[in-house]
Design a protein around this ligand. Sequence first.
Ligand code: FAD
Length: 472
Amino acid sequence: MVMGSLRQETELLVIGAGPGGYVAAIRAADLGREVVLVEEREQLGGVCLIEGCIPSKALISAVEVADAAKSAERMGLSFGEPSLDLFKLRQWKDSVVDGLTGGIRGLLKRRGVEVIQGRARFDGPTSVAIDGGGVSGVEFKNCIIATGSRINQLPPGYDLPLWSSAEALTLPEVPERLLVVGGGYIGMEMGLVYAGLGSQVTMVELFPRLLMGADQDLVDVVVKSCAEKFKAVLLESKVVKVDQAGSGYSVTIDYKGEQKKKEFDQVLVAIGRRPNTDNIGLDKAGLTTNDQGLIEVNNEGRTAVPHIFAIGDVVPGPALAHKASREAKVAAEVISGLPSAFDNRAVPAVVFTHPEIAWTGITEHEAKEAGRPLTVGKFPLRALGRAWTMGQTEGFVKVMSDPETNLLLGVGMVGPHASELIAEATLAIEMGATLEDLLVTIHPHPTLSEALMEAAEAAAGESVHINPPREK
Ligand code: FAD
């Protein structure tokens, strides 16, 4: 490194300090690499920590406490109507984010990773220029692109101060009438947060169903609970026009071909995200993107330019933090000369609705599209002791296996703590487990984890707690 000059040299440059970039920087430093990490934001941790996974889950936890207090009434416990101190809730959520971003800075410092605040842009295949930092550029031997993604805006013409998930997560207010545009996982989670805080939430979704990536039977359970929490869910609908009306908005919605005008106090737009690949000078590095703006990589995370790697939301695959972090470790290890590959069999996905949805490995609809036969075993939570003791019997676990080998291929769950339970299923798929491995494994009683074992029993036709079909 040339100290004191405005242009530095480093063995490994990582661009972006999200769950992809900061993990790659730490792993590479631990493996002996000299690492410079460039991040344009003041805080480290990327979208996930600052305006994604962490603040959204903090707010969901708060709303769940209120829900739990309410539902305890049938257990004979009454706490009265919850009162909301928005300032305190905001402060608490911010303290969670600050604590974690501070922790990342400490981890990087301890590993000797140099962090430069500024915006990096390739100006050649082995260098970036940096705007806004004390350093004007960095020359590198290897580079990992981890610039993540940003929010998709409504098309031009909607230049009104509408909310994105990022604004909604700052908790500016609790609007009385909130329109959520987009029924993907971000729209669903944010809609449920604001419904829990007291907004009347209307959701508009272009497609005929919510949460397109998940199997319909899992989604059905959540749709039922949303019907109680949301004022309306309008499928096959789209926002045609938004006009400012007083302190709120007048929104024209095309609902199954019929146009309706509705008034809202705030509109939250959650219509997907786009990779940050169009603004980093990729062409100067000799790189291109596919038609979705993503950088194609091999299973080492290596791009078409062999010393440049890409991870996280800028590469194909589910745009999820844990996938970014796994890819980060692989890229750092490959750069350090270790044999490593992203050869994972399953990437779990979770939607933190109430109840939670989680799946891993193959889904039923993917298998159907691929014409792949599956054995499916389902176990309803209403047959599970622990679910009864928690007063939460809505939901089920399903296990999908290969009909010939009984190899576990996928698991889907909807119910309390599905976000935690899916990890066992992911490990089982990763380890090449069969139905028998799952059903002979002793699961502690009474726990929700038994549902996975029970679903495996159902798939194998050996269920103790589900009656066999009656003989005719
Ligand atoms: P990012 O986290 O996007 O980080 C990229 C970083 O690069 C940013 O800090 C950015 O400032 C920086 N950067 C960009 N360009 C430059 C540049 N030119 N120079 C310097 N720095 C640059 N995922 C989950 O797994 N679980 C969840 O529960 C979950 N919830 C979410 C909720 C919301 C509301 C949102 C929006 C997302 C959620 N996600 C969740 C998705 C998750 O946040 C992303 O998949 C993850 O952050 C991707 O990590 P990354 O490292 O690829 O990029």
